[in-house]
Design a binder for this molecule. Structure first.
Ligand SMILES: C[S@@+](CC[C@H](N)C(=O)[O-])C[C@H]1O[C@@H](n2cnc3c(N)ncnc32)[C@H](O)[C@@H]1O
Length: 157
């Protein structure tokens, strides 16, 4: 199985990008991981929130293969602790799927079309994080998950 993370808009904060790079590299030792950035919508200031979500949604859906399992990062999704999240990853690997795709929404979240296509929603907290910060948090949790599955000493229970 491969894991893909889709997000909208480049990170322009160098410190955040450097932490993302670090955890992305670490995660790559455990699984084939791809982080794809969908470029920001041009002239989004002229669009309503709904129009922006719709356009972002079309771009997100255009990146998916028919066999992908699509999981949205959404503050109203299901919450896991890190051990349960590691087991969730293992379950997906055991299921024989080719690619597990996590998607981070834009500043206003997801369009209905994206919700309808998804197979699940995961929340990392009841709090709302920026669409930039959440990239680091999910990549770190993916890395943590694999260290838990391997019984490596990164995670302290
Ligand atoms: C600024 S938030 C959007 C908030 C928006 N009110 C909504 O309804 O989704 C941008 C993106 O970051 C991600 N995000 C933010 N907080 C999150 C959390 N606690 N758990 C999971 N994903 C989160 C989601 O993918 C969300 O679409």
């Amino acid at each position: 199985m491969t894991i893909k993370l889709l997000a909208i808009g480049k990170t322009d904060n160098k410190q955040l990008q450097s932490l993302i790079d670090d955890y992305q590299k670490r995660l790559g030792f455990y699984i084939k991981f791809e982080f794809e950035i969908i470029p920001d919508i041009k002239n989004s200031k002229n669009l309503s929130e709904a129009q922006q979500k719709q356009k972002e949604g079309e771009l997100i859906l255009s990146k998916l293969n028919a066999t992908d399992t699509l999981i949205l990062l959404d503050e109203n999704g299901k919450q896991y602790d890190s051990v349960a999240f590691a087991n969730y990853l293992q379950k997906h690997m055991n299921s024989g799927i080719k690619q597990l795709v996590f998607v981070i929404g834009g500043p206003y979240g997801f369009s209905e079309d994206v919700y309808n296509k998804s197979q699940g929603k995961i929340s990392l907290s009841k709090m709302t994080f920026s669409h930039q910060m959440i990239r680091l948090f999910i990549i770190e949790q993916l890395y943590r998950g694999f260290t838990i599955l391997r019984n490596e000493p990164y995670h302290h229970r």
